[in-house]
Design a protein around this ligand. Structure first.
Ligand code: UD1
Length: 361
């Protein structure tokens, strides 16, 4: 079997880490295409090194742009690669513009498409990620879902026949990394001003719906800066660019600003922290897996399981909450009771490879 993985943005490289590890040592051929959507070394190269993923077989160097221009440029560049490789499967990941471009290119060449992390829904049609995941699910031949909730969404859209729950590949990577970090006693690389031995929060903020509205972005940054404990803000380039453009100062109040971290350092930072505040999908789940409470700066979440038992709390407009309530929410301790394994057992990568092989015919 020959499988062509198409990736481009940071969260896809984490998922690729699990899938590439599962392919290693099998007789299958795994070809990797990097669209170049994320090109900063800290958002891309570092993950290939960390997870021991072989260099991409193709690097398309597409880079940034408006949604249409970026997706279109990817589509044009992926097309000849799929035509030349003629894989048994094109495997696309998650919900970025690289996902929809890869899926469309393959469908039009009559190459079978598998979508990893299928069936997630926010039901918020303002999010580019929601367009990407809905469209990708409906054009893919095989839907590799991470949870039972995702399976239900696919069934409700008439896609049950193509769907398989393989578990969540991010669990494979997160738990493996956690064990390595704990075994090595890795100290977190935190922004200056944050003491790893005192309570602090890890924060990230990058979603277009939060960063692209100046009033909302100023309110969110202000709410983080107002917290009573230091906040290590790992600033995505989109956040820095938008804050700069709107004249919003990131380095204020409780905020200590640093760059995005390699995955091991991120895990070490969350383990050292007292909690997480984020609008990232992956980090909501990683906080849960690493035993920290998460506060999510969004109106909804795709990872609804994390809301159970208070592991995750939605706070779309913390600036509109009474200060005491916002402070208490963001700094609350992790719940005592764990959830019943909603994301699988940490062996999803192998399930992906097995399912691709068994569904070939
Ligand atoms: C993309 C995904 C999002 C995912 C996120 C993870 C889409 C629609 N969005 O958002 O779902 O959660 O990745 O990080 O695909 N930039 C850099 N260096 C880079 C990459 C981007 O400076 O390496 C800048 C760009 O110039 C642009 C901004 O970041 O200003 C946005 O990049 P883009 O790829 O469009 O989307 P993300 O916000 O990263």
């Amino acid at each position: 079997m020959k499988v062509l993985s198409i990736v481009g943005a940071r969260p896809q490289l984490v998922k690729l880490g699990a899938v590439a590890a599962a392919f290693a040592g099998t007789g299958h051929r795994h070809v990797v295409v990097h669209t170049g959507q994320h090109y900063d070394p800290g958002l891309s190269d570092v993950f290939f090194r960390e997870f021991g993923i072989p260099e991409p077989d193709y690097h398309l160097g597409i880079g940034s742009g408006g949604h249409g221009a970026q997706t279109g440029a990817m589509l044009a560049a992926i097309d000849p690669v799929v035509a030349a490789e003629r894989p048994d499967w094109v495997l696309v990941y998650g919900d970025t513009n690289s996902t929809i471009a890869g899926a469309l290119a393959a469908v039009k060449l009559h190459v079978k498409v598998a979508h990893l992390e299928a069936g997630l829904r926010s039901f918020n049609r303002r999010m580019p990620e929601e367009h990407n995941r809905v469209l990708t699910d409906h054009c893919a031949d095989l839907l590799l879902a991470p949870t039972e909730e995702a399976m239900r969404h696919l069934a409700a859209e008439g896609l049950a026949d193509r769907a398989v729950n393989v578990g969540d590949v991010m669990v494979d990577v997160c738990l493996r990394t956690r064990d390595a970090v704990l075994a090595e006693g890795l100290r977190p690389a935190l922004p200056a001003g944050v003491d790893a031995d005192a309570p602090f929060l890890v924060a990230t903020l990058h979603r277009a719906e939060n960063t692209d509205d100046p009033e909302l972005l100023a309110a969110l940054v202000g709410a983080l800066a107002d917290l009573p404990v230091p906040v290590a803000l790992l600033a995505h380039p989109r956040l820095r660019a938008k804050a700069d453009g709107f004249g919003i100062k990131l380095d204020q109040g409780a905020l200590a600003v640093g760059d995005p971290l390699p995955y091991r350092d991120l895990v070490a930072a969350v383990l050292a922290s007292s909690g997480v505040v984020t609008d990232s999908g992956g980090l909501q789940k990683e906080a849960y897996l690493l035993g920290r409470a998460c506060t999510t700066l969004r109106t909804e979440t795709e990872w609804v399981e994390t809301l159970e038992g208070g592991w995750n709390v939605l706070a779309p407009r913390p600036d509109r909450l009474p200060a005491a309530e916002w402070h208490a929410t963001a700094t609350r301790p992790a719940p005592a009771v764990r959830l019943a394994d909603p994301y699988g057992d940490g062996r999803a990568g192998e399930a992906v490879v097995r399912t691709l092989a068994s569904r070939l015919g």
